[in-house]
Write a protein of this length. Structure first.
Length: 101
């Protein structure tokens, strides 16, 4: 079932894209042509084919667990700070007159 100009207009509204009547006609044809490219896939016999969810198969995360990473202590993190207050870095304010936060 091909897309109608009404369908394409609704998609454009949803995406907040303004289209003229000429653009709507062109986009409707373009999207229908793009969808038609998928027609050969519908002719494939996929009976007995297990669905896959990732093209590489059972891909696993190769990063190490966070528990294996040693982080800085609070004192180490603040040691080279130009300015600190309690447990925080002090930085120049960007939304006021430029004084320290």
């Amino acid at each position: 079932m091909p897309l109608t100009p009404h369908d394409v207009s609704a998609i454009a509204d949803y995406a907040r894209i303004g289209v003229t009547d000429d653009e709507l006609a062109e986009l409707t044809q373009y999207l229908n042509d793009a969808i038609a490219l998928l027609d050969p896939l519908l002719a494939l016999d996929l009976d007995g084919v297990e669905p896959t969810y990732h093209p590489i198969g059972d891909l696993t995360n190769v990063t190490r667990a966070d528990s294996e990473v040693e982080g800085l202590t609070l004192e180490e993190a603040l040691a080279n700070a130009q300015s600190a207050k309690g447990r925080s870095f002090r930085v120049p304010a960007i939304l006021s007159d430029g004084g320290a936060a």
